[in-house]
Write a protein that binds this ligand. Structure first.
Ligand code: NDP
Length: 293
C-alpha cells in the first residue's frame, strides 16, 4: 500500500482563506480588526524567520500585526513590563512571545504574565488546565493543526488507538489531550518508553514529536495507520548539502501507512494558519462576538 499524502500546505492555504473571510466579516459588521502582537528577543536567525512569516501571514489575512523587537540583554522585568503593556492594549487580541528566550530570562514567568484570553499560543498554565479538564481555553497551535488534519482525513476518531511520541508541554501533552477529547485510546511515549516499536505497531494514529531524525522506523507502522510527523530536523547529506527530515522514516512509512504528512509541507505550514485562527477566536471572545462560521 502507498499512503495518501496529507498536504499541510494546501490545508493551511485553505484555512487562511477562511480566516481572511472571517476577518472581513468582523471588520464590516463589528468594526473589529483582530490584532496579533509578537515579541522577539534577540537575533536568533530561525526565530527572526518565524516572526517575519507570522507578520506577513497576519497582514495577508487582513489583521493587524504588531512586532516588538527587544535586545538580547533585555531584563526579565523589562520583558514582563512589555507583555503587561500588551495585555492592557485593546487593539491587541493575541500575544505571542517567540521562544526560546535568552538563558537569563525565566520563560515560564513571562508566559504566565500573558493574560490567558490573549495567550494565542495556548502555553499559559490556565489554558493547559482548561484543555486537560475539557474547558474552552486557547489550544496550542501545532497540536490543534494536527487534530484538524486528522479529523479531515479520518472523520470520527472515536475508539482509535493513538500514540503520541514525545511529551513536551507545547506539542506532545496537548496533542494527547486533544486525541483523548476525540475519544481515542491514547498512549504517550517518551525517551524511557520500553519497546517503542511495539507501541507504535499497534496504533491506528501515530503522532511523532521528538526532534530525532527518522527515529520512528517505517517498518513499525501498522499497515493503513495515519501518521502525523511533527518533527523538523535539518540533516547533512553525503554530498554535504542539508535537507529537512521528520521524526518518521518517511520513505518506508509511506509504503505501509494509509495516510502520512510529509516534511516539509505537512504539519509546519499549519502552525501559522492556526495561530491566525486562534487570534480571530481570541478577538471574538474578548469582544463578546460570536465567531463567524
Ligand atoms: P522537546 O525536545 O521539547 O521534546 C521531545 C520529546 O521527545 C521529549 O518528550 C522526549 O522524551 C522525547 N524523546 C526524545 N528522544 C526520544 C526517544 N529516543 N524515544 C522516544 N521519545 C524520545 O521537543 P518539542 O516537542 O518541542 O518538538 C518536537 C519536534 O517537533 C522537534 O523536531 C521540533 O522542531 C518539532 N516542532 C515542529 C513544529 C511545527 O510547527 N511543525 C512546532 C513545534 C515543534 P523525554 O520527555 O523523556 O525526554
Amino acid at each position: 500500500m502507498t499512503a495518501s499524502i496529507i498536504d499541510g500546505k494546501a490545508f493551511a492555504a485553505n484555512l487562511k482563506e477562511q480566516i481572511a473571510k472571517k476577518v472581513k466579516f468582523l471588520k464590516e459588521n463589528h468594526n473589529l480588526i483582530p490584532g496579533l502582537a509578537v515579541v522577539l528577543v534577540g537575533e536568533d536567525p530561525a526565530s527572526q524567520v518565524y516572526v517575519r512569516n507570522k507578520n506577513k501571514s497576519t497582514k495577508a489575512a487582513g489583521m493587524n500585526s504588531y512586532e516588538h523587537l527587544m535586545d538580547d540583554d533585555v531584563t526579565e522585568a523589562e520583558l514582563i513590563a512589555k507583555v503587561t503593556e500588551l495585555n492592557n492594549d485593546p487593539a491587541v487580541h493575541g500575544i505571542l512571545v517567540q521562544l526560546p528566550l535568552p538563558k537569563h530570562i525565566n520563560e515560564a514567568a513571562v508566559i504566565e504574565t500573558i493574560i490567558p484570553e490573549k495567550d494565542v499560543d495556548g502555553f499559559h498554565v490556565i489554558n493547559s488546565g482548561l484543555l486537560a479538564t475539557g474547558g474552552n481555553g486557547m489550544v496550542p497551535c501545532t497540536p490543534l493543526g494536527c487534530i484538524m488534519m486528522l479529523k479531515d482525513k479520518l472523520g470520527n476518531l472515536s475508539g482509535l488507538d493513538a500514540v503520541v511520541v514525545g511529551r513536551s508541554n507545547i506539542v506532545g501533552k496537548p496533542m494527547a489531550q486533544l486525541l483523548l477529547k476525540e475519544s481515542c485510546t491514547v498512549t504517550i511515549a517518551h525517551s524511557r518508553t520500553k519497546n517503542l516499536a511495539e507501541v507504535v505497531g499497534r496504533s491506528d494514529i501515530v503522532v511523532a514529536a521528538v526532534g530525532v531524525p527518522e527515529l520512528v522506523k517505517g517498518s513499525w507502522i501498522k499497515p493503513g495507520a495515519t501518521v502525523i510527523d511533527v518533527g523538523i530536523n535539518r540533516i547533512t547529506k553525503e554530498d554535504g548539502k542539508t535537507k529537512l527530515v521528520g521524526d518518521v522514516e518517511f520513505a518506508v512509512a509511506v509504503e505501509r501507512a494509509g495516510a502520512i504528512t510529509p516534511v516539509p509541507g505537512g504539519v509546519g505550514p499549519m502552525t501559522i494558519a492556526v495561530l491566525l485562527q486562534n487570534t480571530v477566536t481570541a478577538a471574538c471572545r474578548q469582544m463578546g462576538i460570536d465567531e463567524p462560521a
